[in-house]
Design a protein around this ligand. Structure first.
Ligand code: ADP
Ligand code: MG
Length: 212
């Protein structure tokens, strides 16, 4: 039997948002990722662009987040570029539009002050490029002590761009007890090394190149 959104037993806030988007069933990477992410284990997913990765990790994470509110983020999502930050923030806002969540995007190349104020006001999810996100922690505006979930998307590109040092710096600020979720289009030696250094017995999922 094919995996369905119903099987996830989602809160109605998420169910309605999925219905509004007109999504009828999970893509293959979503169907594989949902139960594994919900198990709380570290996850490494190999999947091409356009296969539906954002929902693959956000849906289980949003479902767990519910409405509980704190001032410091519980989910950090790292992506390699400003464009991806902006896109991801929009996608997350769409999925969580019936939830009362605060999502902030942070990236370099623009003045840091508005972002510093935004995170200082409190947020549930912060999406960012590693360099700017780390810089914000140095200003103390951004505290990572309450982070429960770390997602790294497009990690192969991130390492190609030379973000390994910033990633390591960020890892050191995160609580050790957390779930790590990582997605990459390709499995490179550098990606493998990163997993070895920071992940605990990750569950690996891979989707064939043909996509959805
Ligand atoms: P990726 O991160 O793998 O490149 P995205 O998560 O951005 O992919 O999704 C690619 C496109 O597919 C988006 O336009 C998204 O709205 C759409 N999409 C995602 N999940 C589904 C689904 N279950 N059914 C239909 N369309 C979907
Ligand atoms: Mg994506």
């Amino acid at each position: 039997m094919e995996y369905s959104f119903e099987q996830l037993n989602l809160s109605k806030h998420l169910r309605y948002a999925i219905e509004d988007l007109g999504f009828e069933k999970p893509t293959p990477i979503q169907a594989e990722a949902f139960p594994v992410i919900l198990s709380g284990k570290d996850v490494v997913g190999i999947s091409q662009t356009g296969t539906g990765k954002t929902l693959a990790f956000m849906l289980p994470l949003l479902d767990e987040l519910k409405f509980s509110k704190q001032t410091t983020p519980r989910i950090v999502v790292l992506v390699p570029t400003r464009e991806l930050v902006i896109q991801l923030v929009e996608q997350i806002q769409e999925f969580s539009k019936y939830m009362d969540l605060r999502v902030v995007g942070v990236y370099g190349g623009v003045n840091m002050n508005p972002q510093r104020e935004a995170v200082a006001q409190g947020c549930d999810i912060v999406v960012g490029t590693p360099g700017r996100l780390y810089d914000l922690t140095l200003t103390r505006a951004l505290q990572l002590k309450a982070v429960k979930k770390l997602v790294i998307d497009e990690v192969d590109i991130m390492l190609d761009l030379g973000f390994r040092v910033q990633l390591t710096n960020i890892f050191e600020l995160l609580p050790e007890r957390r779930q790590n979720i990582m997605f990459s289009a390709t499995m490179t030696e550098e990606v493998d090394a990163l997993i070895d250094d920071f992940f605990i017995a990750p569950h690996k999922i891979a989707i064939a190149l043909s996509g959805t």
